[in-house]
Design a protein around this ligand. Structure first.
Ligand SMILES: Nc1ncnc2c1ncn2[C@@H]1O[C@H](COP(=O)(O)OP(=O)(O)O)[C@@H](O)[C@H]1O
Ligand SMILES: [Mg+2]
Length: 315
């Protein structure tokens, strides 16, 4: 069987490819930036380096929010044809922090109190009614770079001006008090949490991201946290992802990561995450192929039966 890992070529994707080589006959590393898509009345085509993509049994799509539309269009073209662990819509949903929360809330999952306003006036109205500190964050972002804390209305107003200046949406969120400015990263695969660890913000910061100076610790998630993460992944339509949950008595979801870092989880967890994901991809691909074959068999049988009945009618 043949697997394609479409990514930006980071360490996690490379190492996942290596782990998958223990299961799949062939594994290709495909650079997301070399894909383009063309649509016309007759259909659509996804081209890789300007050529038709080879036949694959499984495509694993990774990469940043900057490529959400491309990822969604690639997934839309192949999702029914071969096994892909992330459904097309999830690429635009999960890359958007506010839309993710809208969907999770609809599924009855715990999220922090969050406001969204389309105009500066309405955002100001919200700022007049919330308790401080608050968090203001960009819709899309990663590594904690779009997350800002406002201790007071005065600081929030200055952030509002900045967002207005750059034409960004206004997302205003309650500041969630956690154990040690920490959160829990849970790696969900299928209906299981295969690994988890705690992330703790650097002293003087509120963001637990490793790229923002955060550190990681071993952590055994409790039942509530696991259940929340698994239900969140299912609500968005993803088989493999990282779910971040606030490290508080009442866990709630921060965000869902479609391309969680995988290369160094073994440093904070005794789980072999890469192997588990590779094995899952392999088994799901077999199941997908089987289902597809069964469908074809049924279709042919139905057609043959119909023909037989018609012939019987004639005689
Ligand atoms: N509402 C909040 N209350 C407290 N801390 C927060 C809140 N939102 C985010 N954080 C902190 O900032 C980090 C980054 O936020 P997140 O929304 O996940 O953005 P990014 O996609 O950049 O990681 C979180 O992991 C958490 O440590
Ligand atoms: Mg995050």
């Amino acid at each position: 069987m043949k697997l394609g890992i479409i990514s930006l070529g980071g360490k996690s994707s490379q190492m996942l490819g290596d782990a998958c080589r223990n299961f799949f006959d062939e594994v290709d590393d495909l650079d997301l930036r070399n894909f383009h898509t063309s649509l016309n009345n007759g259909g659509s085509s996804i081209l890789y380096k300007g050529e038709e993509l080879d036949d694959y049994d499984c495509l694993m799509l990774r990469g940043s929010f900057r490529y959400a539309l491309l990822q969604r269009s690639i997934a839309r073209a192949y999702y029914d044809k071969l096994y892909m662990p992330i459904n097309p819509e999830a690429f635009t949903l999960a890359h958007d922090k506010f839309l993710t929360l809208v969907e999770l809330q609809k599924h009855g999952l715990a999220i922090p109190k969050t406001h969204y306003a389309a105009t500066k006036d309405l955002a100001m109205y919200i700022l007049n009614s919330v308790h401080y500190p608050i968090i203001m964050k960009l819709q899309e972002g990663t590594h904690g770079k779009g997350v800002m804390i406002a201790e007071s209305k005065e600081s929030a107003r200055t952030i509002l001006d900045l967002l207005d200046n750059f034409g960004k949406a206004y997302i205003i969120q309650e500041f969630v008090q956690t154990d040690r400015m920490s959160d829990i990263r849970l790696i969900v695969v299928g209906r299981k949490v295969i690994a988890a660890y705690k992330r703790i913000a650097e002293a003087g910061d509120i963001r637990s991201n490793v790229h923002a100076g955060g550190t990681r610790e071993k952590y055994e998630p409790n039942k509530n946290e696991k259940k929340l993460a698994i239900r969140a992944a299912k609500a968005i339509g993803i088989d493999i992802c990282g779910v971040d949950v606030f490290d508080s008595d009442e866990p709630s979801i921060i965000e869902i990561n479609l391309s969680p870092a995988l290369h160094s989880i073994h440093e904070v967890s005794n789980k072999n995450t890469l192997n588990d994901i590779a094995q899952y991809l392999f088994l799901q691909t077999i199941k997908f192929k089987k289902k597809k074959e069964e469908k074809i068999i049924k279709k042919i049988e139905r057609r043959a039966n119909k023909k037989l009945m018609e012939e019987e009618k004639l005689t």
